[in-house]
Ligand binder design. Structure first.
Ligand code: SF4
Length: 198
């Protein structure tokens, strides 16, 4: 939901090591502060926002993530979860909008993809491909067709910052009449690529 003010909850820790990871400061569990869900929710309540996004790191690597998501559904109109796609999403509470990355060959973590997830996608899910080059784009097209992704949910394509030009990606999408949405990392255009916590 680009451009909409959003409360961010970034859970620490991720077992993946994507070559383009732009949140290296969140990869270690030690990078966060341990706190109870009750305490976290108490800190959030003064925030005026109808949208909350739980991201990471890899949020589903924390066993109580589902408990947190259930609690957030009582507080926010829209609850989103952003996951690497390496974990099974079947236990994510109904009502949560899922943004599920599919790791491309260029990420270096293709082997981590949990393909079982492709059988439980629904219209409340967005599939995201973060692309490093043309080879990733062609691979993503193959995966889209193999799992009929555009018929099941929204498909997003995004560029890794500094390695793939969004102009090239836009041209490929238009040329192929591909039913996807081009997504830009808006925060990097606004605050710069190096800024963290935005
Ligand atoms: S899944 Fe996300 S947080 Fe984990 S290494 Fe990849 S880009 Fe970084």
């Amino acid at each position: 939901m680009a451009g909409v003010p959003c409360t961010f909850i970034r859970l620490a820790g991720c077992p993946l090591r994507c070559v383009y990871c732009d949140t290296p400061n969140a990869l270690s569990l030690d990078s966060g502060k341990q706190q109870s869900i009750e305490h976290l929710l108490a800190e959030l309540q003064p925030v005026q926002s109808s949208l909350v996004l739980v991201t990471g790191g890899e949020p589903l690597a924390q066993k109580n993530c589902h408990v947190l998501l259930t609690a957030l559904l009582d507080l926010y109109d829209v609850v989103q979860l952003e996951t690497s796609g390496a974990y099974n999403i079947s236990l994510v509470p109904e009502g949560v909008s899922i943004i599920l990355d599919i790791k491309t060959p260029g990420s270096g973590e293709e082997a981590r993809n949990c393909w079982d997830n492709m059988d439980i996608l629904h219209s409340n899910t967005e599939i995201k491909f973060v692309l490093t080059d043309k080879a990733d784009y062609l691979w993503a097209k193959t995966i889209m067709h193999k799992y009929a992704l555009a018929e099941k949910c929204t498909v997003l394509m995004s560029c890794t910052w500094g390695s793939l030009n969004p102009k090239d990606l836009a041209a490929w999408i238009v040329e192929d009449v591909l039913p996807v949405r081009l997504q830009l990392q808006l925060h990097k255009y606004i605050w710069g690529a190096e800024e963290t916590g935005v």
